[in-house]
Design a protein around this ligand. Structure first.
Ligand SMILES: [Zn+2]
Length: 356
């Protein structure tokens, strides 16, 4: 992985939940992979070094702000001490030495030791290729399952669009036959236009969404596959950006790194149990879908094209995907697998009451 590739990924607006389509950024319906403030911090860090190609002005250490005390949780400060013919930099606990004076026993830790420990931490965090390959296979299978589910919705919306067009033709015919007043014509055209826009929006959104999910998964996995290697070859600025993109906090104890809070989706993608979890989630979803289809067959599902076969709230909610609170969240959220209960849900069309 080259430095410029690392850069390109960190610049990807997908990470803040924006989807780029034809060069325009749209808010994605997936949850933001990293928060806007993190993304902006990353951009700022990356921008610093592009000014005039000069060496960036480094007023502080690249780990400052992300490293915290492994004993009391306070942030770490930096102290530069001169003596014995040299300059020595240390991280120290701001809880112990700052205003709080909490009595934390963390000693001063030489900066170069923390740097080396953080490199070791990245090696431990980068999951083995086997794990990531399994994650990829399982999540892609889940995405395909969602795609088949969404294709039903899209098909139903296309039927709805055809109905709207037919209604528009009938309406105009009625108007020319002087069976409909101008004001009723206007009202009805307005209503039909709204219905058409809602159907088209839903088709566009669903079509765009899974592709964005797929792209986001690819980007996150490829960053994760090489994150440790990327960190080692990166300069201080990019190291900082990588630390902030992947971790909320890295905890430093007297004898090394005691833990780190990884951000999503990386924490979840690196989770050992994820492939099994996704697999059983998908299998259950398939079983539920089969059961729901069997139920439809027994109750006599109406034919496509009849008014009742337009997408109803019941169709819309019956998908195999559980509501918020699933233990697969937030990956499920990231991948757009939450139930489709967004505000943009289309309204059911009503029949023209005056159709001649
Ligand atoms: Zn402390």
């Amino acid at each position: 992985m080259t430095r410029s590739r690392v850069h390109k990924m960190l610049r990807n607006p997908y990470y803040i939940g924006l989807v780029t389509y034809d060069g325009v950024q749209y808010p994605g319906r997936h949850e933001a992979l990293i928060s806007m403030s993190t993304f902006e911090a990353v951009q700022e860090v990356l921008d610093q070094r592009s000014i005039g190609n000069e060496k960036p002005v480094s007023r502080t250490h690249y780990l400052k702000g992300v490293v915290a005390c492994g004993l009391c949780g306070s942030r770490l400060g930096i102290s530069i001490n001169r003596g014995n013919g040299g300059t020595y930099a240390y991280f120290f606990c701001l809880g112990r030495h700052g205003h709080a004076k909490n009595g934390c026993p963390l000693p001063y830790v030489p900066v170069h030791e923390v740097e080396a420990e953080v490199e070791k931490m990245w090696r431990a965090f980068q999951p083995p290729a086997d794990h990531l390959n399994q994650v990829e296979v399982e999540v892609l299978a889940l995405i395909e399952l969602v795609r088949t589910q969404q294709e039903r919705v899209v098909a139903a919306q296309r039927v709805r669009l055809q109905r709207v067009e037919a209604e528009e033709r009938k309406l105009l015919a009625a108007y020319y036959a002087e069976a409909v007043s101008v004001s009723l014509l206007k009202d009805e055209q307005d209503r039909l236009r709204k219905t058409r826009t809602a159907a088209q929006d839903q088709i566009d959104r669903l079509t765009l969404e899974l592709d964005a999910t797929r792209a986001g998964l690819d980007a996150a996995l490829s960053l994760l596959r090489r994150c440790s290697d990327a960190y080692v070859i990166s300069n201080d600025q990019t190291r900082r950006a990588l630390c902030f993109a992947f971790f909320e906090r890295i905890f430093v104890g007297p004898d090394g790194i005691t833990g780190a809070n990884a951000r999503e989706p990386f924490a979840q993608l690196a989770n050992r149990g994820l492939p099994d979890e996704v697999r059983s989630f998908r299998q259950k979803a398939v079983i539920d879908q089969v059961a729901a289809d069997a139920q439809d067959d027994r109750s006599g599902r109406p034919e496509m094209g009849s008014p009742a076969s337009l997408v109803s709230d019941a169709d819309w909610n019956r998908g195999p995907f559980p509501g918020p609170g699933s233990n697969l969240s937030p990956l499920v959220g990231v991948a757009g697998f939450e139930p489709t209960t967004s505000a943009s849900r289309t309204q059911r069309s009503t029949k023209l009451s005056h159709t001649p």
